[in-house]
Design a protein around this ligand. Sequence first.
Ligand SMILES: NC(=O)C1=CN([C@@H]2O[C@H](COP(=O)(O)OP(=O)(O)OC[C@H]3O[C@@H](n4cnc5c(N)ncnc54)[C@H](OP(=O)(O)O)[C@@H]3O)[C@@H](O)[C@H]2O)C=CC1
Ligand SMILES: O=C(O)C1=N[C@H](C(=O)O)C[C@H](O)C1
Length: 267
Amino acid sequence: MRVAIIGAAGRMGKVLIEAVDEAEGLSLGAAIVEPGSSLVGADAGEVAGIGKMGVALVSSLDEACEAFDVLVDFTFPDLTLANARFCQDNGKAMVIGTTGMTDAEKQQLALAAESVPVVFAPNMSVGVNVVLNLLRTAAEVLGDDYDVEIIEAHHRHKKDAPSGTALRMGEVVADALGRDLAECAVYGREGFTGERSQKEIGFETIRGGDVVGDHTVLFAGIGERIEVTHKASSRMTFAKGAVRAARWLSGRPAGLYDMQDVLALKD
Ligand SMILES: NC(=O)C1=CN([C@@H]2O[C@H](COP(=O)(O)OP(=O)(O)OC[C@H]3O[C@@H](n4cnc5c(N)ncnc54)[C@H](OP(=O)(O)O)[C@@H]3O)[C@@H](O)[C@H]2O)C=CC1
Ligand SMILES: O=C(O)C1=N[C@H](C(=O)O)C[C@H](O)C1
């Protein structure tokens, strides 16, 4: 299976090049960087720091179209949506890790996935996707007597907040408790807020340094507190999940899938 990586010189892009290079049954067909980038023409392996791979960086999907079967996209919402339209028009599968999309933008992805198979997940690590199932069980058992707060921390360069992972965790807990996250989410608190309501789910965001991605979901009761935490220490964790998703897409029918499908974690 031939993989194209867009955003190839990014924090995730470089690690994805390495992960694809190491993956059985996958090859790097193309690597795409921003038009006008000084890296156009450079060798993808050298940009990723793993030595020459014989794949020159290009600046558009059009140039790469005949060289790949699945596009891996960890960039930003506007670009990802444009790429999804390209893949829809050209019959390419997609693995999307990009976060920060609005519900309307996610609907556009779902439209593209009517024509091609897409794995879309805010966190491609096995650990977070196992944690999502743990959170569902915890919320179902603990119920409304435990106040839910979600704290996430990421590196100083992250542009969206809260993280896509934190939002997904919130959705899972809200669904398990019969709530609508859009109604019960509280993003940051400041000033004289008054007491929290029983059913709100609070989100707090920390940005700084080189934190790869930490998430804690806190179930705070009276007399006890349960904290479920995941800490990523390498972006390779996400990249290996993306590679697993790309391999899983081979021969899959059109549709919008997530890592729970890839990891067979759905009941
Ligand atoms: N699902 C998951 O498991 C994970 C998801 N993410 C998400 O992935 C996304 C990217 O994160 P990260 O890698 O840190 O971000 P980066 O900003 O490091 O990477 C994005 C890359 O896209 C490039 N780019 C911008 N415009 C174009 C274009 N038109 N064509 C090709 N490339 C372009 C940027 O180039 P330039 O630098 O020149 O702008 C940059 O290199 C974020 O949404 C993040 O939340 C991150 C980790 C894990
Ligand atoms: O921007 C990042 O780095 C990450 N973003 C994802 C998110 O928004 O949840 C996943 C991971 O936590 C790293």
